[in-house]
Design a binder for this molecule. Structure first.
Ligand code: 0X9
Ligand code: ZN
Length: 306
């Protein structure tokens, strides 16, 4: 069954979010988004204590890169705390004045593939068919339709981890995420995509390091505030910069959210310094509560500004 402080199968994750939606029907709602390439059902988790209030929305996704297991684990921890904390709904709590939309596993086909055996553990991409019948998958974080393929991508489906796809939004999974953004673009004020590598909190632009958006100071100061909150909880600080200053790569979900959907705050959050893509399971119970303090800080700042 589902283990809050562990790495779970996609089936156990789905089972747990359905359990929460049944147990707390006025707080947790699920929206069917469609099916992944291999036919897994994608469900958006919507958590709101004031569903009629048209609150600003914070949209969090995780697991576009299948090997980065800590990202879905953190998304599930966030869902658990939002749904079950008695403080969350109180005045000043994380649900006061803000609604949370969470998609915990953007790439379930890749996730299950990377769980299937130790020699598949480092699979990054989706599992769709490509122009070469022996080569599978697209880097979902190069597949979004904003400045698609202008930098940091490959057109080789066989030998590259960063294959951008045959065209923008070739993958059903990235289309579903973009629909969530576009359908709710007036209300989503913050988008956070959870990944794993080092400990970075990066903002647009990702496609270039040559220049920054004109609002970059606001993006930068919110990220630094979140990093301080995580440190206060005993966690390691985030390295804060624009994604493109770290390394330019186009077609990311963060740039699409900011540049195409007009979401004013957009980040890629790379969790857990020191372990690259494979974070030890036994350390999750230590770091997840620290990162949660960062999400509380995001919530406070979004509530204050919008
Ligand atoms: O390269 C990526 O997709 C992300 N790093 S990872 O090691 N998890 O693969 C960083 C993406 C940052 N955003 C953009 N470049 N748009
Ligand atoms: Zn990643």
């Amino acid at each position: 069954g589902f283990n809050l402080y562990g790495y779970n199968s996609f089936g156990d994750i789905q089972g747990y979010i359905e359990e929460l939606a049944n147990k707390y029907p006025s707080l947790v709602r699920l929206q069917d988004l469609g099916k992944s390439f291999e036919g897994r059902k994608m469900k958006l988790v919507k958590i709101s204590s004031q569903p009629e209030a048209n609150n600003p929305i914070i949209f969090v996704d995780a697991g576009i890169h299948s090997r980065e297991w800590v990202a879905p684990a953190m998304a599930m921890y966030l869902i658990n705390r939002l749904a079950t904390d008695s403080d969350a709904m109180q005045i000043g709590g994380i649900l006061d004045g803000v609604d949370w939309y969470i998609l915990p596993v953007v790439n379930p086909d890749g996730y299950e593939y990377s769980r299937s055996s130790s020699n598949k553990r480092l699979w990054r991409k989706t599992r769709s068919k490509t122009s070469n019948s022996r080569c599978y998958g697209v880097d979902g974080n190069r597949n979004y339709g904003f400045k698609w393929a202008v930098s940091g991508v490959s057109s080789d489906p066989c030998h590259a981890e960063t294959f951008a796809g045959s065209k923008a939004f070739s993958e059903p999974e990235t289309r579903m995420v973009s629909s969530v953004m576009m359908d709710n673009r007036q209300r989503i004020k913050l988008y956070v995509s959870l990944h794993a590598y080092g400990q970075y909190l990066v903002y647009p632009w990702g496609y270039t390091g040559d220049y920054l958006p004109k609002q970059w100071k606001k993006l930068d100061s919110m990220a630094k505030g979140v990093s301080v909150a995580v440190q206060r909880a005993g966690g390691k600080p985030f390295k804060v910069m624009s994604a493109g200053k770290w390394y330019p790569a186009a077609g990311g979900s963060d740039d699409f959210a900011f540049g195409a959907a007009g979401i004013p705050y957009s980040y890629t959050m790379e969790l857990t310094e020191g372990y690259e893509f494979t974070y030890p399971e036994n350390l999750l119970s230590k770091v997840m509560p620290q990162f949660y303090e960062g999400f509380k800080e995001f919530g406070k700042r979004i509530k204050k500004e919008f």
